[in-house]
Design a protein around this ligand. Structure first.
Ligand SMILES: C[S@@+](CC[C@H](N)C(=O)[O-])C[C@H]1O[C@@H](n2cnc3c(N)ncnc32)[C@H](O)[C@@H]1O
Length: 205
């Protein structure tokens, strides 16, 4: 049985994790995430919304000329992200906001970015629908997600450990990102899977 967390519970979890998230970022780098972030974000342009930016791990990789608005639920994660804005060239404005109820009019952004988040959102489909709503018709939604491995044994292990993992990190690691994207009515244009099919790079509109 999978434990479901409310938005308030996820906020509390990430307020607690904020101080150790930089260690988690180093683990992510060992898994090759830096290259994946760079490759994804080079496709960002114009007015950009980053949804659930966390500590701002993507901030160094935005191309010049992007005007970035970033949102997250957790004040402690945002506090670290604010510090990071001082070390990067891009113009980044951060706000506290729920991804499932974005306070922006429809078609406000040229690019919407979200990374390592569909595993954590209490309602990932609602968050994706919001991303689609605020993205301009000719805009891009850029996602870097992890999900259930396409390797049979690893996928099975993720299924067995799903609840224990979610209890610790609030992360449902056997979700299927591409299925969620399609269920939310987005149209994937480019998709690539790496590392035993765990990571997904997705461009959609
Ligand atoms: C695993 S972290 C990923 C952070 C960052 N995107 C990255 O790539 O490192 C998940 C983030 O999602 C945020 N989050 C979870 N649910 C959210 C929601 N409903 N609205 C906004 N942020 C949310 C958490 O606060 C946390 O910062």
């Amino acid at each position: 049985m999978t434990t479901k967390y409310t938005t308030e519970e996820i906020k509390r979890k990430y307020n607690d994790f904020a101080s150790i998230y930089s260690t988690m970022e180093r683990v992510q780098e060992l898994l090759g995430l830096r290259k994946l972030r760079q490759r994804l974000l080079q496709r960002a342009s114009g007015e950009v919304l980053e949804v659930a930016c966390g500590t701002g791990a993507n901030f160094p990789y935005y191309p010049q000329g992007c005007a970035v608005t970033a949102v997250d639920l957790s004040p402690a994660m945002v506090k670290i992200a604010e510090q990071r804005t001082k070390t990067v060239a891009s113009n980044i404005n951060i706000q506290l906001m729920d991804a499932e109820q974005l306070a922006f009019p429809e078609k406000s952004f040229d690019t919407v970015v979200s990374t390592l988040t569909l595993c954590t959102f209490p309602d990932p489909i609602a968050a994706l629908e919001e991303m689609k709503r605020v993205c301009r018709k000719d805009g891009r939604i850029l996602l870097l997600e992890h999900g259930r491995s396409s390797n049979r044994l690893v996928g099975r292990f993720q299924d067995i450990r799903e609840d224990a993992h979610a209890k610790r990190l609030g992360c449902h690691w056997n979700r299927e990102p591409l299925e969620l994207v399609e269920q939310a009515g987005l149209h994937p244009i480019v998709t690539r899977r790496t590392l035993l099919g765990i990571f997904h790079e997705i461009e959609a509109n």
